[in-house]
Design a binder for this molecule. Structure first.
Ligand code: PEP
Ligand code: MG
Length: 574
């Protein structure tokens, strides 16, 4: 029998099923007697202490083997003692007589839902962390012992409803052949971890935990998205063969990781990194990229009650700039607001957050935040090659206003006798159609542009990039998007100014081929796309890319574009 799901981390494996049923938090609906309230509060406090002991024990175990993962558990301890949530929970117990498990469930869910709506994968991920801590706390409150995936008896295919961050952080990697879950999309925590570990994963297999029996053999085919139960000998042999072929292909792609990206007819394309943290692991990307094309600075502001100081920011910017030496580091100023909430900023609810007071608009409203970030960035500029860019630019007024603030910050630093590099470049993100159409004017007033195709697609197609109900209308290959990119890129190229693409399309092979043909010579992407893009550039003649781009501009639907690109690039995509 074949079950279907969404293959989010490529690969294929066969092996016995390990059905993993973590604690399911059922909560009691009954209200407390008034006399039981104070005991309930004590019990809640004890549960927090016991949960903290568990978290500290896991953290201590990981501190030597994997310090990066250990940090997840420090973050979980912070969530456990989050004052706002604690206050809400106590209020529900004291005033509404909720039993502690129900109060925990309600409050943690409320916060997780808010974060889960964020378009920023990093903030979204925090929703899973909140749910993870919630489950732990309710389990401890129920006096149930801990269960996790840290030591599997033998190699197995994990089948689970969904993986929690703490499951993945402690995962027994050498024994996990593949992961199959019932829920989760390609940006979910399970998907991100599976990809970073190179474990095949198929998510969204409906009722997987009831379809498969403990120990039964399955083929988890994350090349096609199929999970085959009770496979025949023939199917198993086929799986072996495809696995060997896949691994050989992967090795071939990975051999391009550090190879210069030059087309066979001699055109160089810079492959840059999208950075969203400064962990040791993310900075490893410095080894194989030509710079940072997008430094998302939002992480500095997340998960804290106060805004980051100039000094804190300076230290982090300095670290990244130093790491990349004379290669460009493109720092994007704060892109928050609307639906991306921060604990340290009390932002009002908006009916249309994507069209609301976000990013640069919010920075104009809060010059204290904007100036602090710019001061820190300029101060750090003496340590490397800093490029600063502004997100969500819609008009020439936005550009002039942002440049004015930057000029004022420089004057201020000069007056204070603080050094900064005179060579810092100022640029804009092109992610709103209006500025794409005015790019000829913009190119005269800024040093560079970076096209944010994720938002440009959202605003061009008028489709919420987060809403699964309309995902079919979010068409990254729609020719309208390529036409806008063409207009914007051409304006910058004609003015002799660099233009990069830092949205997902830049690291997508079909998209990258068109972008090259449109004259883009800088592509910025997550580390997982670097090797395959370097391979593409090395194998695609620029002459052919130009032909491909011209054809795409002449097609009328996203389906036609995708079909044409797959055909035109079929020898390269192997
Ligand atoms: C984009 O919009 O394409 C982009 C790179 O920015 P973000 O995904 O952070 O909105
Ligand atoms: Mg954007």
């Amino acid at each position: 029998m074949i079950h279907h799901g969404n293959p989010v981390s490529k690969g294929i494996a066969a092996g016995p099923v390990f059905l993993y049923q973590p604690f399911a938090a059922a909560v009691s609906e009954a209200l407390l007697e008034e006399s039981a309230v104070s005991e309930a509060l004590n019990k809640y406090e004890n549960a927090r202490k016991n949960a903290e002991s568990e978290l500290k024990a896991i953290r201590a175990r990981l501190e030597t083997s994997d310090p990066e993962k250990a940090k997840i558990f420090s973050a979980h301890i912070d969530i456990l003692f989050d004052e706002a949530m604690d206050c809400d929970i106590r209020e529900l117990i004291e005033c509404d007589r909720y039993s502690p498990d129900r109060a925990i469930d309600e409050v943690f869910e409320k916060y997780a839902r808010i974060l889960g709506k964020s378009p920023d994968p990093l903030i979204k991920e925090r929703a899973s962390d909140i749910r993870d801590v919630k489950t732990r706390l309710i389990r401890v409150w129920n006096g149930v012992a801990e269960k996790n995936l840290s030591s599997l008896p033998a190699p197995a295919v994990i089948v689970v409803h969904d993986l929690l961050p703490s499951d993945t952080a402690t995962l027994d990697r050498k024994n996990v052949l593949a992961i199959v879950t019932e829920i989760g999309g390609s940006t979910s925590h399970s998907a991100i971890i599976a990809r970073s570990y190179g474990i095949p994963a198929i998510l969204g297999v409906e009722n997987a935990t009831t379809h498969f029996a403990q120990g039964e053999t399955v083929i988890a085919d994350a090349l096609t998205g199929q999970v085959i139960s009770n496979p025949t000998q023939e199917q198993l042999a086929d799986c072996d063969e495809r696995r060997s072929r896949f691994l050989a292909q992967q090795a071939q792609i990975n051999s391009y990781m550090e190879k210069e990206a030059v087309t066979p007819d001699g055109v160089r394309v810079d492959i840059e990194l999208n950075l969203a943290s400064v962990s040791k692991q993310s900075l490893e990307g410095a080894k194989c990229t030509d710079g940072v094309g997008l430094f998302r600075t939002e992480f500095l502001y997340m998960g804290r009650d106060t805004l980051p100081t100039e000094e804190e920011q300076f230290e982090i910017y300095r670290e990244v700039l130093t790491k990349f030496g004379d290669r460009p580091v493109t720092l994007r100023t704060l892109d928050i607001g609307g639906d991306k909430k921060l604990d340290c900023l009390n932002l009002p609810h908006e009916e249309n957050p994507f069209l609301g007071n976000r990013a640069l608009r919010l920075c104009f409203e809060r010059p204290d935040i904007f100036r602090t970030q710019l001061r820190a960035a300029y101060r750090a500029s003496v340590y490397g090659n800093l490029w600063i860019m502004f997100p969500m630019v819609a008009s020439m007024d936005d550009i002039r206003r942002a440049k004015q603030v930057a000029a004022e910050v420089k004057t201020e630093l000069t007056k204070e006798g603080i050094a900064f590099s005179p060579d810092v470049k100022l640029g804009i993100m092109i992610e709103i159609p209006s500025i794409a159409l005015l790019a000829d004017f913009a190119a005269k007033e800024v040093d560079f542009a970076s096209i944010g195709t994720n938002d440009l697609c959202q605003y061009t197609m008028a489709v919420d990039r987060l809403n699964p109900a309309v995902s079919e209308y979010y068409q990254s290959y729609n020719p309208a998007l390529f036409r806008l990119i063409h207009i914007a890129a051409k304006s910058f190229i004609d003015n002799g100014k660099p233009v990069c693409v830092c949205g997902e399309l830049g690291g997508d092979r079909l998209g990258a081929a068109v972008l090259m043909g449109l004259g883009v010579r800088k592509l910025s992407m997550s580390i997982s796309s670097v090797a395959q893009t370097r391979k593409l550039v090395n194998e695609l003649e620029m002459k052919k890319a130009v032909e491909i781009a011209a054809k795409v501009l002449d097609l009328s639907t996203a389906q036609e574009v995708e079909k044409y690109l797959n055909e035109a690039l079929k020898d390269i995509l192997l």
